[in-house]
Ligand binder design. Structure first.
Ligand SMILES: NC(=O)c1ccc[n+]([C@@H]2O[C@H](COP(=O)([O-])OP(=O)(O)OC[C@H]3O[C@@H](n4cnc5c(N)ncnc54)[C@H](O)[C@@H]3O)[C@@H](O)[C@H]2O)c1
Length: 322
């Protein structure tokens, strides 16, 4: 019988990359996704369509999720649940809080409820730097107070809290993995994806949200998955909260805009906005303290600018083929 891992939001950008890596480890990923952002074609592009199980469902629908878990169990023993399902559009969640309630928090509530009933006790959660909020120049360690400024960050933090509470009852192991900005393909959203698409529509001009000074850490998806598998492989019981990211001050939006322009449409004029942040709910600048990840023994990753440069050519090629 196969060894199964469940991935919620599994047809999305990070989910399909994680699925490919789990397959390489001899596991059978079973993906749960409503395909609002994810695409089955991403599985074709990676050549793994036949090697995954897939259930199209809304993660807020408890009965559907319970049924999918029961079916996955027929395929093999379930090892871990990787909970990646979330709303990825931060601005949409600021405009309408129901977006993050329904797509980010309720799915966590449902996953925990179904896992408890099914007797499953290992969970890895895709959390985010957005749980911290805006702390200016303070390096964000895991101990910095969490004061989210977006509903996305708030519902991720609420999810973390529910997972923490579940560790007191039925979860024996939970990792809360606070991702930085993750880049690579198949891109579904994000600053590089937006810039490449804008330049395809108007090759002579790139309009940038914000004044270009926004600066954040970026990590390539391949290295993100190295890091989260490393943390997940640790045998320590209980709740582990870890920042995942490069040990640098990040890449600026100006750097990214110029690099995308140079790659896609070298003559284009870049027009910046007036505000230091891109949109309401955007944390304009942050950098991570990644000492804990290093202390756990995970090695160095490429810097933010190298990750961005690599992802620009990958995403431009993805969108040119689309
Ligand atoms: N990409 C990043 O930079 C980044 C940064 C921090 C955290 N994260 C987290 O990592 C996880 C994966 O992100 P991603 O970049 O792959 O995003 P993504 O949007 O590509 O993937 C999310 C997936 O969830 C699915 N989904 C959303 N709502 C759903 C619902 N109600 N029911 C079923 N499926 C639903 C979407 O269809 C999509 O396939 C998310 O939890 C995200 O918050 C990502």
């Amino acid at each position: 019988m196969a060894s199964v891992d469940i991935i919620t939001g599994g047809a999305g950008f990070i989910g399909v990359n994680l699925a490919a890596r789990l397959i390489a480890r001899g596991r059978r990923p079973v993906l749960l996704d409503n395909l609002s952002g994810g695409r089955l074609e991403f599985l074709d592009a990676l050549g793994i369509r036949e090697q995954v199980g897939f259930f199209k469902l809304d993660m807020a629908d408890r009965d559907a999720v319970a049924e999918a878990f029961a079916s996955a169990r027929v395929e093999g023993e379930i090892g871990a649940v990787w909970h990646l399902c979330a709303n990825s559009d931060i601005a949409a969640g600021v405009a309408d809080p129901a977006v993050d309630l329904n797509n980010t928090f309720l799915p966590t509530y449902v996953v925990l409820s179904v896992m408890a009933e099914a007797g499953l006790d290992v969970l890895h959660f895709a959390s985010t730097s957005a749980v911290y909020g805006d702390h200016g120049d303070v390096a964000l360690s895991e101990d910095v107070p969490t004061r989210p400024i977006s509903n996305y960050g708030a519902m991720k933090l609420a999810s973390e809290a529910a997972i923490s509470a579940a560790c007191e009852s039925f979860l024996t192991r939970a990792s809360v993995l606070r991702f930085p900005n993750v880049v690579g393909t198949p891109a579904t959203h994000g600053v590089i994806y937006d810039f490449v698409r804008k330049l395809a529509a108007t090759p002579e001009r790139l309009e940038v949200l914000g004044d270009g000074t926004q600066q954040k850490p970026y990590l390539h998806v391949d290295e993100l998955i190295d890091a989260i598998l490393f943390v997940a492989d640790r045998a320590d019981p209980g709740l582990e909260i870890v920042n995942i990211g490069p040990p640098d001050a990040g890449a600026s939006v100006r750097f990214i805009a110029e690099a995308v322009r140079d790659h896609v449409s070298p003559g284009a004029e870049i027009v910046y906005g007036a505000e230091p942040r891109g949109w309401l709910g955007d944390v304009p600048k942050f950098h991570y303290a990644t000492d804990k990840l290093a202390r756990l023994g995970f090695g160095a990753v490429a810097g933010s600018e190298a990750a961005v440069a690599r992802a620009i050519s990958e995403i431009a090629a993805q969108l040119a083929d689309a």
